[in-house]
Ligand binder design. Structure first.
Ligand SMILES: Cc1cc2nc3c(=O)[nH]c(=O)nc-3n(C[C@H](O)[C@H](O)[C@H](O)COP(=O)(O)OP(=O)(O)OC[C@H]3O[C@@H](n4cnc5c(N)ncnc54)[C@H](O)[C@@H]3O)c2cc1C
Length: 540
């Protein structure tokens, strides 16, 4: 498909005067401290100086919230070819087979490295314990702390990174924009509540800012997932692609007043059953793989069953499973449910789908290079070609590890070959014709809630031309008066980023006039073999 062209309203979100802002020089700048960012940092040559900037606390990332685990072939009956085939089957004709083969082949080594960094994975009979999740033909998902894999992996990675004197970890440091000079990335403009703005000049920059789940009203993602990386890469001239593919997780705890906790796929993997409000097990009406069908199938089935039964949720039933197994495998989920008066060994768990994983993002090659020279990227902020039109469960932490190490090594090699040059480069910056300085006049929370509702209603699990057109008109309207403002705090910059990325997602969803993977068009319910191609979006 020919690329779409969209012009962002402005190149930089804020005005700056290089004579009045401090400058810092480093070899490699990494933006984001999730699994991809930290794995990249650990791959950089220790002789080079690395800055890792993250906008919140180090513990705040999608990675830290991961529950189910990481996929990799360890079972003697399993094969990397089976893992590749499952990934490709889920991706619905859109996976890059070479990337899939590379990632699944490296999986066991990347997981063993995590053990070397101090991660303790759950064991069974002295061996690494494996579970099975939706779309996987074998038991191949390693997990930790029962259902809190991300917490344990990130604990180990953060500790390991803290030991490295060549790596500076900056928390509470928001990256506003990437700096470009003559079309190449030269670092970033960052902001921190104590020091204000700083120019960080870097020989090589790695973007690892994660996903975009906070664009939606129902989401499993923590607050950090506001699509900053996709937006700043696009403003800097990087191509993005697959923006129409947002994966919805089928089973998110649905209790008024609770935040939307994910009920991991592993619960269905261990035998959990989905029932509607009448107690009927309904997945058989939608897919022969029942509860273990791929996520897009289960999400759509739940949405339709909720409509059929006129009920706001469906229920996950684990009451028939061994109580000890539940306690061992799902301590976190059990604890969360207890807080709301539910004993999952006796009670059904109310669930419905929520936005979960952003498949689209900055286009990268096999080594993590974006289309902008000196800018690399890894993890959920990218489109690597691994997931195709639907991500297979537990493949994304793996993607962060595989592309994290590749981007880290690539950036390291490139930076090593370059002499130090402590000079600030001239930046081309044309402020928009009208910049409003007074951001306090806007109710940002109200705008965000409205954007969340619009995206959920018209750019959610089921889409149509009519709904997408209405969403685009609405988002463009908001962007007309939010876009030209000059904010002084992350909440404003995040909203501007989300408004830009929402437009990219809607335009891509309009252009894909078929149903494929996680992208369901009610007006084009069939998959069109002619459209098994990426929709790329460029800004120039
Ligand atoms: C509830 C939940 C459960 C999941 N379970 C699994 C699972 O079991 N297995 C699996 O494979 N995947 C799972 N996933 C998906 C997986 O966790 C993510 O895809 C993966 O962790 C992404 O890693 P990342 O390093 O790319 O991004 P993240 O881990 O999200 O890290 C992004 C980093 O970028 C920083 N950042 C963002 N914007 C800025 C900015 N403007 N300036 C500075 N820093 C910024 C953030 O603060 C953060 O440090 C789950 C996701 C969720 C939400």
């Amino acid at each position: 498909m020919p690329p779409l062209h969209v012009s962002p309203k402005r190149r930089y979100l804020v005005r700056f005067d290089p004579k009045r802002i401090p400058h810092l020089f480093t070899d490699v700048l990494i933006i984001g401290a999730g699994i991809a960012g930290l794995r990249a940092a650990l791959a950089v040559d220790r002789k080079l100086q690395v800055v890792v900037a993250t906008k919140g606390q180090l513990s705040q990332s999608n990675s830290a919230y991961a529950q189910g685990g990481i996929a990799g072939v360890f079972d003697p009956l399993d094969r990397t070819a089976y893992h590749a085939a499952d990934t490709i089957a889920a991706g619905k004709g859109m996976c890059d087979a070479e990337v899939v083969e590379m990632v699944v082949r490296e999986a066991p080594e990347r997981i063993r490295e995590l053990i070397g960094f101090g991660t303790v994975f759950d064991q069974s009979d002295g061996e690494i314990a494996l579970t099975q999740e939706g779309g996987h033909s074998h038991r191949r998902v390693v997990h930790a702390l029962g259902d809190a894999t991300g917490k344990e992996v990130m604990r180990a990675l953060i500790e390991r990174t803290r030991h490295e004197t060549s790596i500076d970890l900056w928390d509470n440091t928001f990256t506003i924009d990437l700096l470009t000079h003559e079309g190449e990335c030269r670092g970033a403009l960052v902001w921190n509540p104590h020091h204000g703005k700083t120019f960080v000049w870097a020989k090589q920059t790695i973007l690892a800012t994660g996903g975009a789940g906070r664009l939606y009203r129902e989401t499993t993602n923590p607050d950090i997932a506001t699509a900053d990386g996709q937006a700043m890469a696009f403003r800097a001239g990087a191509e993005v692609r697959d923006m129409e593919f947002m994966q919805f997780h089928p089973t998110v705890l649905y209790i008024a007043g609770s935040s939307r906790h994910l009920i991991s796929e592993a619960v269905r993997g261990e035998g959990g059953i989905l029932r509607d409000s009448h107690g009927v097990r309904f997945m058989g009406d939608y897919d022969p793989a029942l509860e273990l069908a791929p996520r897009d199938v289960v999400s759509r089935a739940i949405t339709r069953q909720m409509a059929l039964t006129h009920h706001h949720c469906v229920y996950l039933d684990v009451t028939h499973l061994d109580k000890r197994l539940i306690a061992e495998r799902f301590p976190h989920i059990s604890k969360v449910c207890v807080e709301f008066g539910l004993d999952i060994t006796r009670d059904l768990i109310p669930v419905r789908p929520g936005a979960h994983y952003m498949i689209g993002g900055a286009t990268i090659d096999h080594d993590g290079r974006t289309t902008v020279p000196r800018l690399w990227a890894a993890g959920e902020v990218t489109s690597s070609g691994l997931h195709g039109a639907n991500r297979l469960a537990s493949n994304s932490l793996l993607e962060g590890l595989v592309f994290g190490i590749r981007a880290g090594q690539g950036a390291s090699e490139a930076a090593r070959g370059e002499a130090d040059q402590f000079t600030a480069l001239p930046l081309h910056f044309e402020p928009p014709p009208m910049v409003h300085d007074r951001d306090e006049q806007l109710n940002l929370e109200d705008l965000l809630n409205s954007l969340n509702s619009e995206m959920w209603r018209n750019v959610g699990i089921e889409r149509s031309a009519e709904g997408l057109e209405a969403a685009l008109a609405q988002v463009e309207f908001w962007d007309r008066y939010v876009g030209p403002r000059e904010f002084s705090q992350p909440k404003g910059w995040e909203l501007q980023n989300m408004l830009l990325v929402a437009q990219l997602m809607i335009r891509a969803a309009m252009a894909r006039t078929e149903t494929r993977g996680v992208h369901t068009r009610t007006d084009f319910p069939e998959t069109d073999p002619q459209q098994a191609r990426h929709i790329c979006i460029r800004s120039n």
